[in-house]
Design a protein around this ligand. Structure first.
Ligand code: ADP
Length: 189
């Protein structure tokens, strides 16, 4: 069983690459950002709560996010493995994930971190904002806040899994296919 955490700052290409990896390795792709956008689109209580954080570029509280992720994983008992995109984003989420996996007698195979510099991230997010309909991709200040939140709250997750010898950094600059090949090579290694 292969369970991958696809990691990296906003705009680093996690969603694009996770979709391709899920197809190639027959994994269930779970994006917490997509789950929140689905809830927001349906005006559910969870969606309304998440929106107040997402619109400011803040993280949604762990209590909400962890429960949502666990529910989604439980819907796929038949899974051949998971690719997690946008989760875990805090140390607390990492600890919770370890517990969820342990209870299922499963383990994380690797955390693959896409490395992209800030200038390129801002450029990509503003470009995506022209067509994505995502309010959090339009305002340069909100984008900047998301990147700061990544460095403060999310980057420590890399070290958390690095201590277990599971973290790998992948160059996230290049064509979609080039980056995909790098990720596949890291998974086969
Ligand atoms: P990106 O990686 O481009 O920032 P996502 O679609 O992964 O976009 O996430 C959008 C927003 O959803 C985040 O800025 C955050 O507010 C919220 N979010 C997504 N995943 C998490 C998470 N694991 N914990 C807390 N908030 C999250």
């Amino acid at each position: 069983m292969t369970n991958i955490i696809l990691f990296g700052p906003p705009g680093s290409g996690k969603g694009t690459q996770a979709t391709k990896l899920a197809e190639k390795y027959n994994l269930i792709h779970i994006s917490t950002g997509d789950l929140f956008r689905y809830e927001m689109g349906n005006d559910t209580p969870l969606g309304l709560e998440a929106k107040s954080f997402i619109d400011k570029g803040e993280l949604v509280p762990d209590s909400v996010t962890i429960g949502m992720l666990e529910n989604k994983m439980n819907k796929h008992p038949e899974a051949n493995g998971f690719i997690l995109d946008g989760f875990p984003r805090t140390i607390k989420q990492s600890e919770a994930l370890d517990e969820i996996f342990a209870n299922k007698n499963m383990a994380i195979s690797a955390l693959l971190s896409l490395d992209v510099n800030k200038e390129e991230l801002v450029k990509r997010l503003l470009e995506r904002g022209k067509t994505s309909g995502r309010a959090d991709d339009v305002d340069p200040e909100i984008i900047s806040n998301r990147i700061s939140v990544y460095h403060e709250q999310t980057a420590p997750v890399y070290n958390y899994y690095d201590k277990k010898d599971l973290s790998k950094t992948i160059d996230g600059i290049g064509s979609i296919e080039e980056i995909f090949d790098r990720l596949c090579n890291a998974i086969s290694a």
